[in-house]
Design a protein around this ligand. Sequence first.
Ligand SMILES: [Zn+2]
Length: 184
Amino acid sequence: MNFCSHCGSDQLQLQVPHGDTHPRLTCTSCQQVHYHNPSIICGCIIERDDEIALCLRAIEPQKNTWTVAAGFMENGESTEAAAQRETLEETGMQVGILDLYSVFNVIHMHQVYVIYRAQFVAQTQPMGLESSAVQWFKADQVPWHLLAYPAIKTMLKRHASERQSGRFNLYLGDADSGRTTPIG
Ligand SMILES: [Zn+2]
């Protein structure tokens, strides 16, 4: 940010506001404090029979790798609504939320992922521009070496094995380490 979005001044400085704990970008002209907090990314592991649907990313970052349908939560929506909207936008699929499945922090990216298991309902529109392909995979067909991020791979491996047993767990933690607790 180079200009204050409140008054348009370029007099921005990092300061710890009175009573605050962190340095904030503060406009010394109008005193507006510009907070930057982590982004929430919501998405779905889409299930149908013994398959899951993954998206091949058409855009950077991680172009041409496979991942779950997910994207930034918007103001005015719930995490579940965001996960369903992102799934619809990227895959064209309407889904029903089954359960919360994984909440993990990507601290260096200032992101929190909130991923649900979701049941495929219907293909209601074409896939979106962020995907160059959307494809159904059985567990042994998933392109494990071409997934977008290690955390996505870890999550989908766990999902594949838990799906075989029929007993799902909720993951809470960071991208590379955390704990699981049984759901239900
Ligand atoms: Zn200002």
